[in-house]
Design a protein around this ligand. Structure first.
Ligand code: ADP
Length: 270
């Protein structure tokens, strides 16, 4: 019977369509849940400095006839508002990155340039605390992706290395190729990270015991940005650390392979 025949052929197609729709809805719901979670996290994180600035403003008003207290509260207001603006800047950066695919129109990126620019961006902060920034390892390596994003990732790692190091120490940034990958390592001799926390530091807004280094004014977003950039470039980021002795963060990225199917410009035997 033709009708039966048709039903038999349409049913699996219909089932596939229903399944695809259900999968689509599930994915939509997951994306929506991640977005809601993100907005809730951001709102919570913004409330802390905003609340502190408000309390400090009230304290300044109450202490009008005590210039020393006014100076102290004003300085704390400055610190909190700096933290607030860093947080807003990083949230904007994170949401901008989430919409970008660095491999959509990839370019070859010089690892030397990435490392040099990243080190330059933190040189002033490092110099102020007599921390020497040393570069080493292989030169001439290339990876594929967005130079801007990769520089942001390495800058974040170097900035953290400086932030969480004591005065008069050094931070080493090295590059090497291992099989088909390039590893960029940032090695410091700073406070280190407790073993139990190492997994969590890549989570958004996670900070190891904020009281331990309140003065650093960190936001807990930097490493989640690095993780995101590594993943969208087909790589990853790992950490080794010994509390009280130092940390090494390693960004691994696929190495740029020369296209062997076409001869290089000026090849004499083509
Ligand atoms: P933050 O803005 O707080 O530095 P990150 O996401 O960059 O945020 O880092 C998350 C947490 O991981 C930091 O708050 C700090 O506790 C820890 N951390 C990151 N890098 C280092 C490092 N090089 N040495 C010690 N602790 C670090």
């Amino acid at each position: 019977m033709p009708a039966r025949h048709v039903t038999a052929r349409v049913a699996p197609l219909g089932a596939r369509l229903v399944l695809a729709l259900v999968e689509d809805r599930t994915r939509e719901r997951q994306v929506e849940a991640v977005r809601r979670d993100f907005v809730a996290n951001v709102s919570h994180e913004l409330k802390t400095p905003v609340g502190a600035i408000r309390l400090l403003a009230e304290a300044v008003a109450d202490a009008a006839d005590d210039p020393e207290a006014v100076r102290r509260f004003s300085n704390r207001m400055l610190t909190e508002s700096d933290r607030l603006s860093r947080l807003v800047q990083q949230v904007i950066e994170l949401s901008r990155l989430q919409g970008d695919d660095p491999l959509e129109s990839p370019t070859a990126v010089s690892v030397d340039d990435v490392v040099t620019t990243a080190v330059d961006t933190v040189a002033t902060d490092a110099g102020a605390r007599n921390i020497s920034l040393v570069t080493g390892g292989e030169t001439g390596l290339e990876v594929v992706g967005s130079a801007e994003q990769l520089t942001a990732a390495v800058s974040n790692l170097v900035a953290n290395a400086v932030t969480y190091s004591g005065k008069d120490s050094s931070v080493l940034v090295t590059a090497r190729s291992v099989d088909d990958t390039v590893e960029i390592s940032v090695i410091d001799q700073g406070i280190g990270i407790p073993a139990a926390e190492m997994e969590r530091i890549f989570e958004r807004f996670y900070r190891v015991d904020p009281a331990r280094h309140r003065s650093t004014g960190g936001t807990g977003i930097g490493l989640s940005i690095v993780k995101h950039i590594a993943a969208t470039h087909g790589g990853d980021v790992r950490v080794w650390s010994v509390e009280g002795q130092g940390s090494t963060f390693t960004l691994s990225l696929p190495r740029h392979q020369l296209d062997q199917s076409a001869p290089p410009a000026g090849f004499p035997f083509a």
